[in-house]
Design a protein around this ligand. Structure first.
Ligand code: CTP
Length: 212
């Protein structure tokens, strides 16, 4: 399969030295790319800033902002069979990016934000025969919100992460399908990546993926 993966955080700069971002380490995207490669798939990883080096045998596209990630994904998407979106994309960016370093000003300041494109939702609107997998990190009503994302973005699977999974070594996750959900034991991101590909590599027409 030709597998396209997004990973890592995005950075949305408000001037040349400050940005909005999140603590995503980019490890999940790296582990997914490695697991896909180990299974002999052709892999493109589009990742936001991460300290991890390029995994061997993987085409890696390094980006900074959500808009750059959207452009890189739009380029690779037509030729992929599977998209796994594990990136922690900033939903908003500052409306203006100022040149240089903004000087300290009054005691109160406001920052105007505008919405970023939803990369995965855009792919869901042009799904074709592709398999689409999203990730969701929810602080409450996890199953309900994950299922909402599955339907809204036209996905086959949402990997629901427990809060606290950001930059963590081991994570608790639940597979959420249209027909049901399957809670997985706590495991490393390396193991979780393998479990996701076990599921994706399973031949169609067999047992239902959710085990129902
Ligand atoms: N995603 C994306 N582009 C965005 C936002 C999210 O591709 N601009 C993808 C993520 O990579 C993830 C899925 O959509 O696979 C869900 O992301 P999440 O941040 O949990 O949800 P949102 O759709 O942004 O909704 P909310 O922040 O309201 O929970």
């Amino acid at each position: 399969m030709r597998v396209l993966i997004t990973g890592g955080p995005t950075r949305e700069y408000l001037d040349d030295v400050r940005c909005l971002t999140n603590p995503s380490s980019g490890r999940m995207g790296m582990e997914l790319a490695r697991a896909a490669r180990a299974r002999k798939h052709a892999v493109t990883l589009v990742t936001g800033p991460t300290a991890f080096p390029d995994p061997a045998g993987v085409r890696v596209v390094r980006v900074t902002s959500a808009r750059e990630m959207a452009a890189a994904v739009a380029k690779a998407y037509p030729r992929c069979d599977v998209l796994i979106a594990s990136a922690a994309v900033s939903d908003y960016r500052p409306r203006l990016r100022k040149a240089g370093k903004v000087k300290k000003g009054p005691a109160r300041a406001t920052l105007e934000l505008v919405a970023n494109p939803d990369i995965l939702a855009a792919c869901g609107r042009k799904k074709g025969r592709r398999v689409l997998v999203g990730f969701a990190l929810e602080s409450r009503d996890g199953l309900k919100n994950a299922r909402k994302k599955l339907l809204a973005k036209n996905l086959d699977l949402v990997v629901l992460n427990d809060p606290g999974s950001f930059a963590a070594e081991r994570i608790g996750a639940t597979f959420v399908f249209a027909e049901g959900a399957e809670r997985l034991p706590k495991m490393t991101k390396e193991k979780l990546a393998g479990v996701i590909f076990e599921l994706l590599d399973r031949p169609h027409g067999g047992e239902c993926a959710c085990g129902c």
